[in-house]
Design a binder for this molecule. Structure first.
Ligand code: NI
Length: 155
């Protein structure tokens, strides 16, 4: 395993659309291992392939309940709304309130190509949305709530 460099906001690669993974090989396994190591080292809860310069539809996430690897993920269902402050390892030091679905269902392949279904609410739902957006070149700053609630009401 090895740490990879996380690209930041100024890098135009973050605006590109990632390509579908077709080969479930050793290279993919290494990429996923490296991404997890990089995410944990940076104290992040999620990381998309493009953030380490790889335009592949891959995501790693851990919101505190274990590592999830998503290959070719898609949101299949979403419900409700939630408001919370969000950040991104590629946009250090910036945190804004965004509006995300309260719950989502995600379908994705694992490192062997097996399809799996995930459900998330709260931070996990937020993280699924944030990371899957990265695969289409969308950043959380695009979804900044223009009328955030005053801090004290955010408790
Ligand atoms: Ni991000």
């Amino acid at each position: 395993m090895a740490l990879r460099k996380v690209v930041t906001k100024e890098d135009p690669i973050l605006r590109k659309k990632s390509r579908k993974v077709e080969k479930f090989d050793e290279k993919l396994a290494t990429l996923l291992d490296d991404m997890a190591e990089t995410m944990y080292a940076a104290d992040g809860v999620g990381l998309a392939g493009v953030q380490v310069g790889m335009l592949r539809r891959v995501v790693v996430m851990d919101v505190g309940d274990g590592l999830i690897e998503l290959v070719n993920p898609e949101i299949t269902e979403e419900e409700g709304e939630q408001f919370a402050e969000e950040g991104c390892l590629s946009i250090p030091g910036e945190y804004y309130e965004t509006i995300r679905p309260a719950t989502v269902k995600v379908k994705a392949q694992d490192r062997n190509g097996q399809w799996c279904v995930y459900k998330g609410e709260g931070l996990k739902a937020r993280c699924f949305c944030h990371e899957i957006d990265h695969l289409d070149g969308v950043l959380f700053i695009d979804k900044k709530n223009p009328n955030p609630k005053p801090k004290e009401e955010n408790e």
